[in-house]
Design a protein around this ligand. Structure first.
Ligand code: SF4
Length: 416
């Protein structure tokens, strides 16, 4: 069993596989960048979100071990009490979210044991997929292996980015490692991969045959991993740049963003750089631009954040200087200010305080616990319709009607 906090990262990590499978030279480029940082004595700090995720994994591991009977109830209680005392992110929210995840895992374990009484259940297992990826290994949160079927369940504790199990390369690589380790005994034909992301109320499952998985491993992963290991191939900017360590200074990403920004459209709709004509964009051209504005916006933000950090560390950029940003006045000694205002300001106590305001729903939910909060305030908390946003067609939310189509529907109803 691998401790979650002891997980290490390989050059071609499973969690970064979407990136190096698409942009094969990225892994080596990131490696060089990290080497440069380390030469300057700069070490990468774990983000609070990553630390929170690590703690949620550790807590769910204790709960699962208790439920599976691999530790006694007394041992579990001791470990839980210690965890609650020592871990800064523990609270009602973590308790609820881990329960959602562990309940799901135990449901799947029980279902597997109905089919195969001696189904194998493994928690936090190191999985070796180095047959396909040089030094490739990862840690599977939960593996359930029964006759013919392998099930992998992964907890994603973050709530910033939704992660779907569909064709998820990280889970597919874990599955390959798990099959390689257990195929002899269980003759695995089917693989079921699930991502539980409780803070986004999301459980997604993807199923694939072992045969298709091997085909992907041999025909896609192996050659791409070899290229990535050698730093070969073309840089391919895209959605996967989001967590790339060189995203702010990557030349390919900058070139693409700048090209796209100055691109106009040929008559056939294809992108090319030319003088705008006619003067205004058509709806089709606008739709093409809408596909790329988010990427350009992200790139601009990354560049600004990176350059500011560098400037604060002493880098100077021609034509730019560091200045103090806008700031607001602050009272340094509240008690003293209150006394002085009461004494000399001609005001009463009521004039000095802002009206009491209820905490935000998120903070109240954190304090009370998600489940209890929903039960206690059933019917009191509502979710009004959100402001309309324009998104790409593959977004999971159902489309809402525009004012014009709603009006048309209304006319149709009157006519029918
Ligand atoms: S930022 Fe994007 S294009 Fe550049 S190396 Fe990273 S993944 Fe590749």
């Amino acid at each position: 069993m691998t401790s979650h906090s002891e997980r290490t990262h390989a050059l071609l990590s499973a969690s970064g596989s979407k990136r190096w499978l698409t942009c094969t030279p990225s892994a080596r480029a990131e490696g060089l960048y990290m080497q440069e940082l380390s030469n300057q004595g700069i070490t990468e700090q774990e983000s609070p979100f990553a630390e929170e995720g690590t703690q949620a994994h550790e807590y769910s591991e204790i709960i699962l071990e208790r439920e599976l009977g691999t530790i006694t109830k007394a041992q579990a209680t001791r470990r839980i009490n210690k965890f609650k005392k020592e871990k800064q992110y523990y609270g009602p929210e973590m308790e609820d979210m881990v329960e959602v995840y562990t309940d799901f895992v135990m449901e799947r374990v029980n279902a597997a044991r109905l089919e195969t009484p001696d189904a194998l259940v493994l928690i936090e297992q190191r999985l070796d997929f180095s047959q396909w990826v040089p030094e490739g290994f990862g840690t599977g949160d939960v593996l359930i292996v029964r006759d013919g079927v392998l099930e992998i369940i992964d907890l994603k504790y973050g709530k910033g980015v939704a992660v779907d199990a569909y064709e998820n390369p990280q889970l597919k690589l874990y599955a390959l490692g798990a099959i390689a380790a257990h195929d002899v005994l269980y003759d695995i034909q089917e693989v079921r991969m699930t991502i539980v992301q409780p803070r986004l109320d999301s459980i997604s499952t993807f199923e694939v045959s072992a045969e298709d998985l091997y085909k992907w491993a041999n025909e896609v992963v192996k050659p791409k991993a070899e290229m990535a290991d050698n730093g070969d191939g073309d840089y391919e900017p895209g959605e996967h740049c989001r967590f790339c360590k060189i995203k702010s200074t990557c030349r390919a990403r900058a070139d693409e963003a700048l090209e796209t920004a100055k691109a106009e459209f040929a008559d056939d709709g294809s992108l090319e750089v030319k003088t705008p004509e006619p003067a205004t964009l058509s709806d089709d051209e606008l739709a093409e631009i809408l596909f790329v504005v988010d990427d350009i916006e992200k790139w601009c933000k990354d560049i600004k954040a990176y350059a500011l950090e560098q400037a604060l560390n002493g880098t100077s950029y021609e034509g730019f200087k560091l200045v103090e940003g806008r700031s607001n006045r602050v009272i340094t000694d509240e008690a003293k200010a209150i006394n002085l205002l009461l004494e000399k300001g001609g005001v009463g106590e009521d004039d000095l305080y802002a009206p009491r305001k209820l905490e935000t729903i998120t903070n109240l939910e954190k304090k009370v616990g998600k489940k209890a909060f929903a039960e206690i305030l059933e019917g009191v908390v509502i979710k009004p319709p959100g402001k309309p946003v324009l998104v790409t067609e593959d977004d999971k939310r159902p489309a809402i009607q525009s004012a014009e189509s709603a009006a048309n529907d209304f006319d149709d109803e009157l006519l029918s």
